[in-house]
Design a protein around this ligand. Structure first.
Ligand SMILES: C[S@@+](CC[C@H](N)C(=O)[O-])C[C@H]1O[C@@H](n2cnc3c(N)ncnc32)[C@H](O)[C@@H]1O
Length: 263
C-alpha cells in the first residue's frame, strides 16, 4: 500500500489547533546544550527543527531529520535554509549507532504505527540515545472515556480524504495505554507538559479535505450524529461546542521526557 504521507500536505499546527502559547509551553521544556546531536524523529516538514533553531543559542549543535516519507523530507528541505542531515526510512533500516543522539524529539509520530510497533519504536529511540541523553515524546494524550470516539472520528476523516495507508497503519493509543507502554519498557520518565489543543472541523476542511465541500459535509454530518450518542461526561471531557458550520473540541497533547540513565 502506498504511503499516504507521500501526498498529504497540511499544516499540523493549523489542523491540530496548536496556538503560540501552547507551542511555547512545549518548546520551553526542551533543553539543548552546546555541541549536542539532535534527532527530529518523524520530522514531517521540519517544524520541530525550525522551532529549535529559532530558539537555540548554541553554535555547534548538529541536527538530523528522519522520516519515512520522501515527500515530507522534501518539504523540510525546502523550508530549512541550513545544512542538515536527512534520513529517509524506518529507524530499524537506517540503523543509527547505539548511544548516538543526545536529544531526540518525536512529535506526533507514535500514532502513525500499529500498536505492536510502538513499543519497538520507543526502544529503538532509547537504543540510539546517549547514556545521559533525553528523549522527548510529544504525543496525543486522550482520555480512555473518549478514545473510541476520537479513533472513529480520525478513521472517518482518513476514509473520506483517501488517506488509505493511515487506515491500515495508524493506532492512536489512549493516555492509559501510553503509560502502560512506558512502564513495560521500564524507563524513567517525567510528564513535562499536558495541554489542550483546539480542534476545529472547519480547519480540517481546508486541511485534509482540501475544500472538498461534498465530503466535508458528509464528515460534518457523521460527526454530529456521533456526538448525539455521547454521554454528558464524554461531552464534558471533550468540551464540545457545536456551531452552525463548525464543531470544536479539545484534543490534549503531552510532552514526556524519557531518560536512558545507563550506568
Ligand atoms: C503527524 S506528522 C508529524 C510531523 C512532525 N513531527 C510535526 O509534528 O510537525 C507524522 C510524521 O511521521 C512520519 N512517520 C510515519 N511513520 C514513521 C516512522 N515509522 N518513522 C518515522 N517517521 C514516520 C510521517 O511521514 C509524518 O511526516
Amino acid at each position: 500500500m502506498n504511503n499516504s504521507y507521500e501526498y498529504r500536505c497540511v499544516n499540523y499546527e493549523e489542523i491540530h489547533g496548536l496556538d503560540e502559547v501552547v507551542i511555547e509551553d512545549f518548546f520551553s521544556k526542551i533543553e539543548l546544550f552546546e555541541g549536542c546531536k539532535v534527532l527530529d524523529h518523524g520530522c514531517g516538514y521540519g517544524f520541530v527543527t525550525k522551532q529549535l533553531l529559532s530558539r537555540n543559542k548554541f553554535e555547534y549543535c548538529e541536527f538530523y531529520l528522519q522520516d519515512t516519507s520522501w515527500f515530507q523530507i522534501q518539504r523540510a528541505q525546502k523550508d530549512i535554509n541550513f545544512e542538515m542531515k536527512y534520513f529517509l526510512g524506518n529507524l530499524k533500516d537506517i540503523d543509527f549507532k547505539d548511544n548516538f543522539f543526545d536529544i531526540i524529539i518525536s512529535k506526533i509520530v507514535l500514532q502513525e504505527m500499529p500498536f505492536h510497533r510502538q513499543k519497538e519504536e520507543i526502544e529503538e529511540l532509547i537504543r540510539i540515545l546517549t547514556a545521559r541523553g533525553q528523549l522527548y515524546l510529544w504525543i496525543w494524550w486522550i482520555d480512555d472515556e473518549v478514545i473510541s470516539f476520537i479513533r472513529d472520528f480520525v478513521k472517518q476523516k482518513d476514509l473520506l480524504t483517501n488517506l488509505n495507508s493511515f487506515l491500515e497503519n495508524r493506532y492512536l493509543p489512549s493516555k492509559r495505554e501510553c503509560l502502560k507502554l512506558l512502564k513495560e519498557i521500564s524507563v524513567d520518565f517525567e510528564i513535562l507538559v499536558e495541554r489542550n489543543t483546539n480542534y476545529s472541523l472547519l480547519k480540517q476542511k481546508k486541511g485534509d479535505f482540501k475544500n472538498d465541500t461534498s465530503n466535508f459535509d458528509k464528515f460534518f454530518q457523521w460527526t454530529n450524529s456521533k456526538i448525539e450518542k455521547l454521554s454528558n461526561n464524554q461531552i464534558q471531557i471533550l468540551d464540545i461546542s457545536r456551531e452552525k458550520k463548525d464543531i470544536k473540541f479539545k484534543m490534549p497533547q503531552c510532552l514526556i521526557k524519557i531518560l536512558k540513565n545507563e550506568k
